[in-house]
Design a protein around this ligand. Structure first.
Ligand SMILES: Cc1ncc(COP(=O)(O)O)c(C=O)c1O
Length: 286
C-alpha cells in the first residue's frame, strides 16, 4: 500500500515517524478527509482551502502549495485501486525535541501524511437513517479548527456508542451545536435550521453542498442557534459530513422520527447531493 509521507509517495512499510513528532506528543496538527467517487475527488478545492485555513489558525506554515498538495493527493489516488472511498491527510507541526509546549522555530518542517481507504456509500443507512443521542458538548471553544486532537469528539461518540447509537448530537446548555463527527440540521414547517459557523462548530464542506441544494430547491435555510427542545419537536433531522453525506436521523434518545418520505426535504437534499456528486465525479456505482 502506498501512502504520502513528507511530500512523497512511498510504501506504507517505509514510514517511520519519530516519537517526538508534535502530532504524537501534543496532538498538534490539522487534517482533512476528502471523499472520492469513480476515482475522482469530490469538493477537493473546498477541502484543501479548509486544510490551509485550519493550519493558518494555528500559525502552522505549510511546506507545500495548494497545487502541490492537489497533485500529490491525485497521484496517490492514481496509485490506488479503490473506486470509491476517502483520503485522509494530516499535517503535524513536525519533530521538535526536546519536548516543549511552545511552538518550535519556523525551520522545523511540518510533517504531511496521507492514506487512502476504499469505502462504499452506506446506502442502507442513507435510506433508513441513524440513531443518535443528545450529549453535552464538552469540547473546547475552537471547534472551527479541523485538528487532530479529537479526544472530546471521540469521548462523546463513545457515549453514543454505549447507548447503541451511531452518532452524538451535541449541545452547550440547551443550544444544539453539531455532532461528534458531523454537522446537524433540523427541518420545521418547510425550512431548515442549523447552527451558524463560528468557533463552536466545524464549517462543514457537506453543509456548503446541501445549502447550495436548498437554494436551488427554494428551501429556506436559517443559520441560527436552536434548542434541544426545538430539535425534538422538528419534522425531520439530519446529520451531514463527507462520509455520511446527507444522513437522516431516525432516533434521538427515546424520540423516534418517521422514515423520510419520498418527497420530504431530506430526500430532496439527498437526491440533489447525489446529482452534484455525479456532475463532478460521474455516475455513482451504488
Ligand atoms: C465535528 C465535525 N463537524 C462537522 C463535520 C462535517 O464536515 P464535512 O462536511 O466537511 O465532512 C465533521 C466531519 O468530520 C466533524 O468531524
Amino acid at each position: 500500500m502506498k501512502v504520502i509521507w513528507g511530500n512523497e509517495i512511498v510504501d506504507r512499510n517505509k514510514v517511520t515517524i519519530d516519537f517526538e513528532d508534535r502530532g504524537y506528543q501534543f496532538g498538534d496538527g490539522v487534517y482533512e478527509v476528502i471523499s472520492f467517487y469513480n476515482r475522482t475527488y469530490f469538493c477537493m478545492e473546498e477541502h484543501i482551502d479548509r486544510f490551509f485555513s485550519s493550519a493558518k489558525k494555528i500559525e502552522m506554515r505549510m511546506p507545500l502549495s495548494k497545487s502541490e498538495l492537489k497533485e500529490l493527493i491525485t497521484d496517490l489516488l492514481n496509485e490506488s485501486e479503490a473506486t470509491d472511498g476517502y483520503i485522509y491527510i494530516q499535517m503535524t507541526r513536525g519533530n521538535a525535541s526536546p519536548r516543549d509546549h511552545s511552538y518550535p522555530s519556523q525551520d522545523v518542517v511540518p510533517l504531511l501524511t496521507g492514506s487512502i481507504a476504499a469505502a462504499e456509500r452506506d446506502t442502507d443507512k442513507l435510506k433508513k437513517g441513524i440513531k443518535t443521542t443528545l450529549e453535552e458538548d464538552i469540547r473546547w471553544l475552537r471547534c472551527d479548527i479541523k485538528m487532530i486532537s479529537l479526544l472530546g469528539n471521540i469521548m462523546l461518540k463513545h457515549e453514543a456508542h454505549k447507548k447503541n447509537a451511531d452518532e452524538a448530537i451535541l449541545h452547550r446548555g440547551n443550544i444544539v451545536t453539531e455532532c461528534s463527527s458531523s454537522n446537524v440540521a433540523m427541518v420545521k414547517d418547510g425550512a431548515i435550521y442549523t447552527h451558524p459557523d463560528g468557533n463552536l462548530i466545524l464549517p462543514g464542506i457537506t453543509k456548503i453542498v446541501w445549502k447550495a441544494c436548498a437554494e436551488q430547491l427554494n428551501i429556506p435555510v436559517y443559520e441560527r442557534p436552536f434548542t434541544t427542545e426545538e430539535l425534538l419537536e422538528a419534522d425531520e433531522v439530519f446529520c451531514s459530513s463527507t462520509t455520511k453525506e446527507v444522513m437522516p436521523v431516525n432516533q434521538i434518545d427515546d424520540k423516534v422520527f418517521e422514515l423520510p418520505e419520498s418527497g420530504s426535504l431530506i430526500r430532496l437534499l439527498q437526491s440533489c447531493y447525489e446529482k452534484k456528486v455525479v456532475e463532478q465525479c460521474g455516475d455513482l456505482t451504488n
